[in-house]
Design a binder for this molecule. Structure first.
Ligand code: PMV
Length: 324
């Protein structure tokens, strides 16, 4: 095979119903189904070149040689794609994020989604979205959802082939915004892979997983019907349930900062004052403020007045991953 290069762009996503814990860690089969909004405006751009002249894989993230752990994870993802394509050629991978990695804005989601799309194209594999999402999921569970745009559901197990993403509604279905209040942009100490591994140690995890089909139904209906009050209630409950599991794992995982909690309380008050806004937080302290277009200007004004909010990213429902 001659040298072949492909570039893909993918957006991160914010889980409205979260995945936490795995049924199978090797294949990253999630313990529960999840539902997300793909985040337009934020992106990872990844170029993969399979090059017969290379004797080992190379991976640069934001123009720096990747750390060993990140490097190994990318190599093992490339190995999966090489096995499907029946090739052994080494690759060089260059990846750029338009937002800080590892801070609760899911850079692993857009990262492994873009890597999957670019590497499959560079390996001459033409696969449907279902297969691409199954491959992306094995790099990072949430990456399966970033393959698709708009509002996206990721089924959980029981086997790897049953755990793939589907679109619930396209980006234009609902003009929601995610105003991401950055409380901290330092890299988190414990990543989500570690958290998934210990999720089962929380006595609350089994109840969270068991209740997931109900939360999925409520969230899916709220999205399809454009019912913001119903969405707000289920999204905040789901985020709090996941953080309760994190905090009651052994050892406890606490991602929230005091400023995150202050903002969560403020958002609840703002909603009672009539603004259509709710909060959700992934594995980090940053607060995703999900709001309607009409409430967004006032939410933005209020966020700008909070000194602990270092930066605000504005994102609307985005498209799925594409080749460039
Ligand atoms: O895809 P991972 O392994 O980074 O896990 C994602 C975990 C959460 O972002 C906290 C929840 C989710 O469903 O995206």
């Amino acid at each position: 095979m001659a040298k072949k290069t492909a570039t893909a762009i993918s957006h991160p996503n914010i889980a409205l119903i979260k995945y936490w814990g795995n049924l199978d860690h090797g294949f990253r089969i999630p313990a529960n189904s999840s539902l997300s909004m793909t985040l337009g405006g934020l992106e990872t751009r990844t170029t993969v070149s399979f090059d017969p002249d290379l004797d080992r894989d190379e991976f640069e993230l934001d123009d720096h040689k990747a750390e060993p752990l990140a490097f190994d994870r990318v190599v093992s993802h490339l190995d999966k794609i090489r096995a499907i394509a029946g090739i052994q050629i080494r690759a060089s991978v260059q990846s750029h994020n338009s937002f800080p990695a590892g801070t609760g804005i899911a850079s692993s989601a857009s990262g492994f989604s873009a890597l999957t799309i670019a590497a499959c194209a560079a390996a001459n594999l033409s696969l449907p979205p279902k297969q691409l999402s199954i491959i992306a999921r094995q790099g990072s569970g949430s990456a399966a959802r970033s393959i698709l745009g708009g509002f996206v559901e990721l089924y959980s197990g029981p086997t790897s082939d049953d755990s793939y993403a589907v679109q619930v509604a396209p980006p234009e279905h609902w003009d929601l915004l995610d105003l991401i209040a950055v409380i901290s942009s330092t890299h988190k100490e414990k990543g989500s892979s570690y958290g998934h591994d210990i999720a089962h140690t929380s006595p609350l995890q089994a109840a969270r997983v068991e209740d997931t089909p109900r939360r999925m139904d409520v969230c899916r209906s709220a999205i399809l019907e454009g019912d913001f009050p119903a969405l707000a209630q289920i999204v905040e409950l789901d985020s709090n349930m996941m953080h309760a599991v994190m905090q009651t794992s052994t050892p406890p995982l606490i991602y929230l900062d005091p400023a995150s909690i202050d903002l969560m309380k403020k958002i609840e008050i703002w909603r009672h004052e009539g603004l259509q806004v709710c909060y959700t937080l992934d594995a980090g302290p940053n607060v995703h403020c999900i709001c309607t277009r009409s409430s967004a200007p006032e939410v933005l004004n209020r966020l700008r007045e909070i000194t602990q909010v270092l930066h605000i990213y504005e994102s609307k429902p985005g498209e799925g991953a594409v080749l460039r």
